[in-house]
Design a protein around this ligand. Sequence first.
Ligand code: PFF
Ligand code: NA
Length: 446
Amino acid sequence: MSKTNHAQWSSRFSFILAATGSAVGLGNIWKFPYMTGESGGAAFVLVYLLCIALIGLPILVTEWMLGRRGQSNPVNTMATVAEQAGKSRAWLLVGVAGVLGAFFILSFYSVIGGWSLYYTLGSVTGDFSGQDADGIGALFNGMLANPGLLLLWHSIFMLLVIGIVARGVTKGLEGAVNVLMPALALLLVILIGYGMTTGHFGQAVEFLFSPDWSKLNGETVLAALGHAFFTLSLGMGIMLAYGSYLGKEVNLIKTARTVVIMDTVIALGAGLAIFPIVFANDLDLASGPSLIFVTLPLAFGNMGGGTILGLMFFLLLTFAALTSAISLLEPVTEFLEERTPLSRAASAVVAGIGAWALGIAALLSFNDWSSLTLFGLGIFDLLDKLTSKFMLPLTGLGAIIFAAWVLDKDVVREELGLGANGFKLWNLVTRFVAPIGVLVVFFASL
Ligand code: PFF
Ligand code: NA
């Protein structure tokens, strides 16, 4: 029951840009490179690509298809589509889990977005210049130990996100991605260009593309699948919400292919920008989450042109985080807008403040509340694990099982515009390959 006419993307191109903006985020620039570094490189990359093709892409198409049929927020969409199919409205729980997942992720995603803003400023003011490893480490640990500083940058980041989402789908979301995505692409190209001048570009290419299978184990496969969900913004209502603003004329499979390819190319591109610097400066490949915030700044602070390269890198990271964070706020906002008397802008503000408040608990887990743990995890890690290990896979699984097993076959076939053979393949993948893949990995991770 929407109060106004449901918004629509202005064009297929705008939709691609917005969906790519959601997909390309901290996952690509921060997580993918450090996970690849930790997991030994190309073997991980290949498993990840397989997960993207066989599980990520079908679930992406499925979420868009459901969103487009529902033309509403994720909760109403699931209820409506289930009802139309003569099934129980209880399927709306998939939508609920999605909206909640997006809300939880936004809370800690914004904290990292704040780090990125802080480091952007830090590169301009020369905070990394001439620092040794200890100095750079102290900068990062000092930030984590300082709740006021974390709160400041978390708040600024969240304000930007709320400001964009409050303006609506065409003015806010499209307006932001129209500027930020081309800027992001340009920055990445320049940084890869720099990587080519280091003399270690070939080493980076080999690290990313020439597999050492001995490095592969169950945990790596698990991480690859989890990341396939995270990187495509699946299982959290985002693509359901983005699909709800989509017109009938858009070919979902083709569009998904474009978005998946762009997301993958940008993740690999981030690797091609980062690893030459890592190799050229003899840095630690397997430094994990601190790869971006400790390892790289060490290089930026001690090389010619490091100030400008550091600035470009952290701007890139910030832009990527911003276009993803707005997509995380969107499902919650759309839900409030359609289910409460609140206006669009008020919905964005209320949802954003809620996630901001939860984010404060997350950022305190690095300092004042560090002794507060559950299952041995602080609040930040708890939110991260709860969403990426449980909520995202289970919600994505719910969506694909619904579409593949419950929804009328002819409806799906018409939505996707598939011929007989294409539809057979689609059925095989969405009924068996993808759900079984998710389930195996899910239970293996428990
Ligand atoms: N997909 C984006 C990324 O790779 O960073 C952003 C994102 C959105 C990540 C939503 C996770 C998420 F739950
Ligand atoms: Na991504």
